[in-house]
Design a protein around this ligand. Sequence first.
Ligand code: PLP
Length: 428
Amino acid sequence: MAAPLTHALKPVASSKKISSFHPPQRTLMGPGPSEINPRVLAQMSLPAIGYLDPVFVEMMEELKTLLRYAYQTDNALTFPVSGPGSVGMEACFVNAVSPGDKVIIGRNGVFGGRMIENVQRAGGVAVVVEDTWGEPVDPNKVEDAFKKNPDAKIFGFVHAETSTGCQSDAKTLCAISTKYGALNIVDAVTSLAGTPVLVDDWGIDAIYSGSQKCLSCTPGLSPVSFSERFVAHVKARKETVHSWFMDLNLVLNYWGNTNRTYHHTAPTNGLFALHEALLLLQEERLEGAWARHWRHHLALKAGLEAMGLTYLVKEGNRLPQMNSVYVPAGLPEGGEAQIRKTLLNDFNLEIGAGLGPLAGKIWRFGLMGYSCKAENVMLCLSALGSVMADMGVAVKIGDAEAAAHHAYAELHKQAALEMTAAKQQLAA
Ligand code: PLP
């Protein structure tokens, strides 16, 4: 017998019929998320199991091992936070910063700004080291800030600024904070698995990333890793951590090694997916993933430059996985946004716009994880050339593709020469 109906229920209020959602198949070449490897996607549709199921717990241990490889660390406390990169960022700051703590932050783009907000919301005092957007965090300025603020306890910066495509020298910056006895917090949301991130070698104390960029997993998880120094700092805090969900002392009861107990309902299928994404990284090996990002960056760069586009970031500081170029001069009003819209509507291609002071001035081309492949590079160059020509930009159709093909051919030639030399060395 059905339960008696005691209320007049409200109907689904919608002016259109709602059916199952089927997203279009897009080529994702924006600042993230990136495309997802089919092996990773398949994991999302596996049957759910309990988050304390012994089989799941075994998988969690493997996940931590694989993450240690990705981060190149022996840190015991290395695990994925349940939440996007922003939650990883907040977890680092809310655990590290007690009210009144002085924290030096290097800001050279949007995400350094978010770090400042995190410091202030945790009750800390942010000392900001400003650098121009598109330039790296300047180690000399950071050193000066430490000299002027010897009581600073923490230093934070973004390794790979997604808003500009610029990479900062994490090794040098971390060495400065260690020299002044401060803990460092590093944002590796866009760098992990795209360019080297060597947590132990570089003396990183706290680091967070995101699942949806060069790891090519579904969004919503944030791999973190903490040094023993950082864990000791959190344990020695006098004030309780202001966030219950992110308090490392509590999360450890679930992600630690022994006597796991309930903390929150882990996103089990998302974690299956991250396990697969990290397995793919282990199969390709870090060196392979870094080399792939570099190779396709060179081809994309050759094509973009052949169309007359110039990079925002100086060579040497550029991230291969995040290519920012100035939009061409002389576009009609609204032309920049119109080009992105046409790429999306006519070519199913997503690219990124500029943010903050760079809004309307740059385009950002992501080459991250599974999106980092020749077919995306060639589609992007061909589609962009065609749409720009339609808008009256002086580009010669085909030049960009030819330049990219040439770059690939040079790389293949170089690889063949290296292979022959290696074989000769083995035979000798
Ligand atoms: N930090 C950087 C450098 C990022 O690029 C992003 C997102 O793009 C974040 C933090 C925040 O990550 P999420 O959007 O996953 O919360």
